[in-house]
Design a protein around this ligand. Structure first.
Ligand SMILES: NC(=O)c1ccc[n+]([C@@H]2O[C@H](COP(=O)([O-])OP(=O)(O)OC[C@H]3O[C@@H](n4cnc5c(N)ncnc54)[C@H](OP(=O)(O)O)[C@@H]3O)[C@@H](O)[C@H]2O)c1
Length: 267
């Protein structure tokens, strides 16, 4: 399994020049892992920022995700080739299946088999999944073997700790990437998070990110602001105590932010 850097830069919702600027600033500040997706409509902007940055390709870790409309037979590879063209890259470091096929119309084994073929052809160095439930992970393991699944990227933050899924993934040795690690800002208003932040002379965002990092998750927060991008990256230096971690664990209330109509039946 390919190593996934623990700190990445999210790009969901960022369009046009805002996307270019966020990624360019992130790269200037030292981010070396960028998370994009076909559906974000910003692969070209991410590619432009990477090209402008002058950062050597082998220092970068770039992830993209195959959209649900590209899961059908014979669609995965051509769609990934189009992503590479937009990104201006010969290969990405990681390609994820963005969501399981809505209503499981297309079997996991079919589209993951095609994604594995993309890896064999050198379009992506590693493959993985996103928004997969325990049932989907079981199918994925059966289809391609656990060692091929570099990560399951799912919503995890103090308000949605996803314990059942986390326990299963840990048992299987599947790495987790925490998306929306700030619950799109909701976490920052939590009094308990604010209290812990004040005690450490840190920000609430840093506490939320440190909480994820200390559990071994990769985090991929996004920001359009230089000061937030810089402060978030510095969360890697913050050490939360056992008491802090326990206090945050008690905040779990299953509050899901990303829950579109085509989402699977969550664990
Ligand atoms: N696989 C999937 O289905 C999936 C789904 C959702 C997201 N993702 C990935 O996960 C990434 C992160 O999720 P997200 O972008 O939705 O939400 P997020 O990272 O949890 O939160 C981003 C929001 O928090 C604010 N923020 C960031 N840093 C801050 C700071 N230090 N202090 C105060 N506010 C701060 C940002 O505003 P400012 O711009 O003003 O800083 C923005 O409004 C996405 O960009 C995407 O790459 C994946």
């Amino acid at each position: 399994m390919k190593f996934i850097p623990p700190f990445g830069l999210g790009t969901f919702r960022l369009k046009d020049q805002v996307a270019v600027d966020s990624v360019r600033t992130g790269l200037e500040l030292g981010y070396r892992h960028i998370d994009t997706a076909q559906i974000y409509g910003n692969e070209a902007e991410v590619g432009q920022a990477i090209a402008d940055s002058g950062v050597a390709r082998d220092e970068l870790f770039v992830t993209t995700k195959v959209w649900t409309e590209n899961l059908g037979s014979g669609r995965v590879l051509p769609s990934l080739r189009e992503s590479l063209q937009r990104l201006g890259l010969e290969r990405v470091d990681l390609t994820l299946i963005h969501w399981p096929s809505p209503n499981d119309e297309i079997p996991v084994a079919q589209y993951l088999g095609e994604l594995l073929e993309a890896k064999r052809q050198g379009l992506t160095a590693a493959i993985g999944v996103s928004n997969f439930t325990i049932a989907h992970l079981r199918e994925a393991i059966e289809a391609v073997g656990v060692d091929e699944i570099a990560t399951n990227q799912v919503e995890i933050h103090p308000l949605l700790q996803n314990r059942k899924l986390v326990t299963f993934a840990r048992q299987q040795g599947i790495h987790l990437t925490a998306y929306m690690p700030l619950a799109y800002g909701k976490v920052l208003a939590e009094p308990e998070i604010q209290r812990i932040a004040a005690a450490h002379g840190a920000s609430p965002a840093q506490v939320a990110l440190a909480w994820s990092l200390q559990q071994g998750y990769t985090v991929i927060p996004s920001s359009t602001k230089r000061e937030n991008l810089a402060a978030n990256l510095a969360a890697a230096e913050l050490r939360l105590s056992t008491e802090d971690m326990a206090a945050i664990e008690a905040l779990d209330r299953g509050e899901r932010v990303a829950n579109p109509g085509f989402a699977p039946r969550w664990d």
